[in-house]
Design a protein around this ligand. Structure first.
Ligand SMILES: Cc1cc2nc3c(=O)[nH]c(=O)nc-3n(C[C@H](O)[C@H](O)[C@H](O)COP(=O)(O)OP(=O)(O)OC[C@H]3O[C@@H](n4cnc5c(N)ncnc54)[C@H](O)[C@@H]3O)c2cc1C
Length: 346
């Protein structure tokens, strides 16, 4: 497809509704939240595109989360994600309906799917965006993502091709609010898909047996860094996290040391989080770590070194040895003190 000459024939914001085993993934709800803003600013409709099998309830859910229209491809061949089938159906739908903006989550599925679709429909794709805005002048989407190891933020514009496509990092955008009274339209896509189009076969889906850490959903994260000095240090942090109803996070340095599993890693190459409270213990505050936690409501830093960069983003800071500070903090919480008083005591 050549450069699109008539950009005005492309309309509306599309969110790829990623489902796994019949469940809409949280990132898609975040994209509906963000997509609503973009749709309002471009004066267009917010649409979801949903591929799967027995999709009726999911389509209703997407409307409740704000989709004006849900384009549905319901077919046994689409029950589980395969690159071939999903790329074909979504590319066909883009040719047919001509959306102006297409957003996908930067999950394993989204990162596999989006480049295939972008190449097929011959348009621009910005991967792993952390910020999306509409240029007030020409209404194009400004797609911002960290580049060069997070040292610069690049803002990218797709000039002459449509749709403008982005994958968006999970956990960065705010989730859309659910409202079951919302009304929307479900539109069945005319799917041209045969068994021969799909070269992969999903034999089995195995869920990880290890404990799943839900960093993105956690209200409180107690994170540890190299300053713990040893793997056992995380046991102390787990005690504090349990007391506060939270989970344990980690810097990459500790994951590289093999002290904790990568699923706990916060940062640019880990998970992006925004809990109510983030407690950074023995974490220096490298840009790649900050990139993943700076939107937390309250950041508390405990570090031996008063000039550690983590204190630049912290709301509360304690200069001291975490092995002295954390037990004191727990003691104060046990006595029923609130967090701010507990911090003062510690
Ligand atoms: C491309 C790229 C991607 C990356 N992605 C990530 C990522 O996703 N997440 C991430 O975290 N990093 C990432 N990094 C690595 C990052 O640059 C840092 O190396 C890392 O975050 C440092 O981890 P740290 O703060 O635990 O360790 P350090 O930088 O070694 O800091 C340890 C801190 O602990 C303090 N300390 C020591 N002992 C104690 C004590 N007893 N009590 C209190 N404080 C103490 C020290 O003063 C120091 O500030 C990435 C790097 C690159 C190049």
């Amino acid at each position: 497809m050549p450069i699109v000459k008539d950009l005005s024939s492309y309309k509306n914001v599309w969110v790829f509704a990623e489902q796994r085993q019949g469940k809409i993934m949280p990132v898609s709800i975040e994209l509906l939240g963000e997509g609503r803003k973009l749709a309002t600013e471009t004066g267009s409709e917010l649409c979801a595109i949903l591929l799967g099998y027995n999709t009726e309830d999911m389509a209703k859910e997407l409307i409740a989360y704000g989709a004006d229209k849900v384009y549905v491809a319901d077919n046994a061949l689409l029950e589980n994600f395969t690159t071939d089938a999903y790329t074909k159906v979504i590319s066909d739908a883009i040719y047919e309906v001509k959306p102006e903006i297409v957003l996908m989550g930067a999950t394993h599925i989204g990162r596999d799917l989006a480049p295939r679709v972008a190449a097929r429909v011959d348009t621009g794709l910005t991967a792993d965006c952390t910020q999306l805005e509409i240029d007030p002048e020409d209404k194009k989407i400004l797609q911002t993502r960290p580049a060069f190891g997070g040292n610069i933020m690049a803002t990218i514009v797709c000039q002459g091709h449509r749709p403008q496509m982005s994958t968006v990092r999970p956990g960065v955008m705010s989730k859309a609010e659910m409202d079951e009274s919302r009304k929307g339209e479900v539109i069945a896509l005319d799917i041209k898909l045969a068994k021969e189009d799909v070269r992969t076969e999903v034999v089995e889906i195995v869920k990880e047996a290890k404990e799943l850490v839900s960093l993105t959903d956690a209200d409180v994260i107690v994170a540890g860094g190299k300053g713990l000095g040893k793997a056992e240090g995380f046991e102390l942090l787990k005690q504090l996290a349990d007391k506060m109803g939270g989970v344990v996070g980690a810097s990459r340095a500790t994951v590289d040391e093999g002290w904790i599993d990568h699923s706990h890693q916060v940062g640019q190459t880990g998970t992006t989080v925004k809990p109510t409270i983030y407690i950074a213990c023995g974490i220096s505050g490298a840009i790649q770590h900050i990139a993943g936690m700076q939107s937390s409501d309250i950041i508390i830093a405990i570090n031996k070194n008063a000039s550690a960069p983590i204190f630049d983003v912290a709301d509360y800071g304690i200069v001291g040895d975490l092995y002295e500070v954390v037990p004191k903090l727990m003691e104060a919480l046990d006595k029923g003190e609130d967090l701010v008083n507990a911090l003062k005591t510690a």
